[in-house]
Write a protein that binds this ligand. Structure first.
Ligand code: S3P
Length: 453
């Protein structure tokens, strides 16, 4: 597992760079292309390993996938009922989105599929998706979780849905806002003759709704309620032709680095800024961050544009409620920014962080302390005492196999008083395979130590 060795910044970060295709949108585009009618073309900058797990799953289900040039996917859709039984368990790798969204489609198939994942994914809670799918008639079993009563984890065994049964309509109130669960229910709803209603306590990312609507599926949203009513729908998803916007979650690491390194000027091109994802912008504005948004139109109902960022004198903030929900994947990098802000930042309403690729509250607290930042863990967040007036302590930290922790630590390292080491950094390829090259292109000094044990 390679380590990153990061030197403190001695010159500004300067330049204009792309980021990988939005991971969430790409998962959805790939899955819908697999059950669409005809050949879809999906273009996007550098696919991460999570999206490749979804592609691998489609291949295992009999869908033809070609990659004629880097960044271009051609997918031969099989139609809603054309998937075939996989020959072996499907490996979803580290990707919770692959496992949970796929569960929605597999719940309606007349064959059995087993979904497995890596060590981290095999610990993540799956009852939240299994329960509502069962309520609509699906067969889905997991391994009982010895650490949590009533919880199951992967491997998941899904299906078969035996004829003449079909999935039934459902009206479901999600106890926790989750785009993955909502999307699994909407995807399974494509196979149910009756309507699917999903309500959540706060609106989670709505890429599935936007994409289904752009593809002519009868879907309506009102506040945090979504309705998919297939009566009168042809039952056919047309092939997609889409250039996926850049990932706002990947862009956030560059946006943050530009806030922290003196005299920087960084542009990130063609970033998707769907309003259900822009909590990072509001949080950063509240911290007096410096950035500008240059709108460039829409792609399949997703707004995009260029982001321009410069250094800022940051102040502490309180991040919770719907801002936390709309920046849930950006909390690790917001913690890094808080470490360089004047005052004490409070993060709350973010208990979901404990069941992401790692326990991001515990792991981020460990990373911050290693850099000499005082913080206090809370059940649903943490308090972080900013240390903006002197460099951070150079540190050696572990990513715990979590891509967003590794990248947040690398950004912190730019502000340290000597070289820092991020161990176990291969996980960055999950979402941002060119992270190191991009930071280097902007002027940072980072080495990859391949020989690390
Ligand atoms: C995602 C939804 C979020 C997010 C994850 C991607 C998606 O998870 O944290 O990285 O693409 O639907 P939850 O659905 O668990 O909130």
């Amino acid at each position: 597992m390679p380590d990153l060795v990061i030197q403190p910044s001695v010159r500004p970060l300067f330049g204009s760079v792309p980021v990988p295709a939005d991971k969430s949108i790409t998962h959805r585009a790939i899955l819908l292309a697999g059950i669409a009618s005809g050949r879809s073309r999906i273009r996007g900058n550098t696919l991460g390993e999570d999206n490749r797990a979804t592609l691998g799953a489609l291949r295992a289900l009999g869908v033809g996938v070609e990659e004629p040039t880097p960044g271009e996917l051609l997918i031969e859709g099989k139609g809603l009922s054309g998937l075939t039984a996989p020959a072996a368990p499907i490996d979803c790798g580290n990707s919770g989105t692959t496992m949970r969204l796929l569960a929605g489609i597999l719940a309606a198939q007349p064959f059995t599929t087993i979904l497995v994942g890596d060590a981290s994914l095999s610990k993540r809670p799956m009852e939240r998706v299994a329960k509502p799918l069962r309520l609509r008639g699906a067969r889905i079993e997991g391994r009982l979780d010895p650490r949590r009563v009533g919880e199951i984890t992967a491997p998941l065994e899904i299906g078969p849905l035996r004829p003449p049964h079909a999935l039934c309509g459902i009206e479901y109130d999600q106890p926790v806002a989750s785009a993955q669960v909502k999307s699994a229910l909407l995807l399974s709803g494509l196979y149910a003759p009756d309507a699917t209603y999903v309500r959540e306590p706060l609106v989670s990312r709505d890429h599935t709704e936007r994409m289904l609507s752009a593809l002519g599926v009868p879907i309506r949203t009102a506040g945090s309620m979504v309705e998919l009513d297939p009566s009168g729908w042809s039952g056919e998803i047309p092939a997609l032709d889409l250039e996926v916007p850049g990932d706002i979650s990947a862009a956030s690491f560059l946006l943050a680095a530009a806030q922290l390194v003196p005299e920087s000027r960084v542009t990130v091109r063609r970033v998707g800024w769907n309003p259900t994802r822009t909590g990072i912008f509001e949080a950063l504005r509240d911290m007096d961050g410096v950035f500008a948004m240059e709108a460039k139109g829409e792609v399949m109902a997703e707004p995009i544009g260029d982001l321009h960022a410069s250094p800022a004198t940051l102040r502490a903030s309180r991040i919770g409620g719907e801002i936390a929900a709309r920046s849930i994947d950006e909390i690790p990098i917001l913690c890094a920014l808080a470490a360089r802000a004047h005052g004490v930042t409070e993060i709350y309403d973010a208990a979901e962080l404990r069941v992401k690729e790692s326990d991001r509250i515990a792991v981020m607290a460990e990373v911050l302390r290693a850099f000499g930042v005082r913080c206090e863990e809370r059940r649903d967040g943490m308090l972080i005492e900013g240390r903006p007036d002197r460099p951070l302590d150079a540190a050696g930290v572990s990513s715990h196999g979590d891509h967003r922790i590794a990248m947040a630590a690398a950004v912190l390292a730019l502000c340290a008083d000597g070289p820092s080491r991020v161990r176990d950094a291969a996980c960055i390829a999950t979402s941002f395979p060119r992270f190191v090259g991009t930071l280097r292109a902007l002027g940072a000094t980072i080495e990859v130590d391949e020989g690390a044990p």
